[in-house]
Ligand binder design. Structure first.
Ligand SMILES: NC(=O)c1ccc[n+]([C@@H]2O[C@H](COP(=O)([O-])OP(=O)(O)OC[C@H]3O[C@@H](n4cnc5c(N)ncnc54)[C@H](OP(=O)(O)O)[C@@H]3O)[C@@H](O)[C@H]2O)c1
Length: 427
């Protein structure tokens, strides 16, 4: 029987779950046993779901040199000096690395990808994108990356959970966030999830893999769900739409459109019906048309199973490239002008309950050459204001920003204007 020696850095939700799985299942992959030769976290004396006393505690990186390590598992998180020292140590000492840390890979990875390729070291990141959903393996092994036209879906379980609770319990964003924290689906500080940053980290990595180009985190625009109001979810549903935090990268000619933003999708679509902590990844291509992967996007055990999957890839493969081809020969993508991708928009206004206001609004739209697909006047909020929802015809984001500015200047229109992109042909 062969064995591979691993050290586990980070013994929190993911690291401890991984150790528990390895202990319970005594994994043997292709006649190879997984052997934990060292562990490390911040606090040696913290009580954990595993008995850390059974293992060799790593005090500092210099004590790794006698351990004959094959793989470093990084489940620490963040992009700080310590995490970077792990990547540098791995490259310098020709050790492969498996990580659950999408922030590090998306933001600092470009410093290291080429070096992992050149040294033929494995850099596994299945656990870093969509938890237990085997999206990296599916793209690498079963889908020809060069044929992929678009990759999109729900890449963050916390925000999907919060939106699902808002719909189900008819509660505000804030109340839903508190419930998600209470139920263990959000951290006290979930800003990276809520702002769309976490989903953008994953989109960056999956875009590299799908399109074989060097997508950079800093070049992808993102917005989150912090300002989403229940009233818009209700009105959207009445019109046949459900709101999701959509991550998307799509090829348009030889260029790309990549973004993370809250969007309305058709309420009967798979995306609309992917609820709570589930993640979804849809891949569309030239020949295979469409493939969908759905499953638990986070949590200790689901994520740890993806680390096991990466260990299996390491054991059964011997030619390693982070994104399946030489990173150094990949080029930077060009993006389409964000304003060149036209879509319909949902626009909600609160207007004064006065004769002639509707006419004024439609004149503004005409002035900006935005045609209106439908306009719905809803029951008055009170005797003084009336909510109006407009669905525009397809138009650029630039024009929507311009009309919003114009509308805000009008005395009859309250400042609280919601604009949400409609993606009614996907999902
Ligand atoms: N949780 C999930 O569901 C999930 C899913 C997918 C991916 N991920 C990713 O997995 C990574 C870990 O997440 P997690 O939820 O497991 O985090 P966590 O519960 O906060 O665990 C982090 C671990 O890292 C240790 N640590 C922190 N700084 C360290 C340092 N300087 N040296 C050594 N150890 C250090 C901590 O030590 P102490 O325990 O002693 O404080 C803790 O054990 C993150 O990149 C996260 O984005 C998490």
């Amino acid at each position: 029987m062969n064995k591979i020696n691993i050290v586990v850095f980070g013994l929190g939700v993911v690291g401890s779950s991984l150790m528990k799985i390895i202990e319970n299942n005594k994994y043997v992959i292709k006649d190879t046993k997984i052997n934990i030769v060292g562990i490390k976290a911040n606090n040696k004396n913290k009580k954990r779901i595993i008995n850390t006393k059974k293992y060799n505690w790593i005090d500092d990186l210099s004590s790794l040199k006698d351990l004959k390590i094959d793989i470093i598992i990084e489940a620490v998180g963040g992009t700080d000096k310590f995490v970077n020292s792990l990547y540098q140590y791995a490259i310098k000492n020709k050790i492969s690395l498996i990580t659950a840390n999408k922030a590090q890979l998306a933001e600092k990875g470009p410093r290291y990808f080429d070096q992992f390729d050149k040294e033929n070291l494995f850099l596994g990141f299945e656990a870093a994108v969509l938890g237990a959903v085997p999206v990296v393996k599916s793209i690498s092994d079963t889908i020809l990356p060069k044929k992929i036209k678009s990759i999109y879906g729900i890449f963050n379980g916390t925000t999907n959970y919060i939106l699902s609770q808002m719909y189900k319990n008819k509660i505000s964003f804030k109340d839903s966030l508190n419930l998600a924290i209470k139920n263990g689906f959000a951290e006290q500080n979930s800003s990276s999830d809520l702002s769309g940053k976490d989903a953008t980290h994953k989109l960056t990595l999956l875009s590299n893999l799908s399109f074989q180009q060097k997508f950079q985190f800093k070049d992808i625009s993102y917005s989150g769900i912090e300002n989403i109001k229940l009233i818009d979810l209700d009105y959207g549903l009445q019109l046949g739409y459900k709101l999701k935090l959509l991550s998307i990268s799509e090829k348009i000619g030889s260029k790309f459109y990549s973004s993370v933003a809250p969007c309305f999708v058709n309420k009967d679509s798979l995306m609309a019906n992917t609820e709570f902590e589930d993640n979804l990844c849809i891949i569309e291509g030239d020949d295979f048309v469409k493939t969908s992967l759905i499953g638990k996007g986070a949590g200790g055990f689901p994520t740890a199973t993806s680390i096991i999957s990466d260990l299996a890839t390491y054991i059964t493969t011997n030619n390693y490239k982070v994104f399946n081809s030489n990173y150094s020969s990949m080029t930077l993508p060009s993006y389409v002008n964000q304003n060149a991708r036209n879509r319909s928009y949902y626009i909600r206004l609160s207007v004064a309950n006065k004769v002639g206001v509707l006419k004024t609004i439609t004149q503004f739209f005409a002035k900006k050459s935005i045609s209106i697909k439908s306009i719905i006047q809803l029951n008055p909020d009170d005797s003084n204001t009336v909510p109006i929802v407009i669905i525009s015809n397809v138009v650029s984001q630039k024009k929507i920003i311009e009309i919003t500015k114009l509308l805000k200047k009008n005395n009859y229109i309250k400042n609280d204007i919601s604009t949400i992109r409609l993606e009614d042909n996907i999902g």
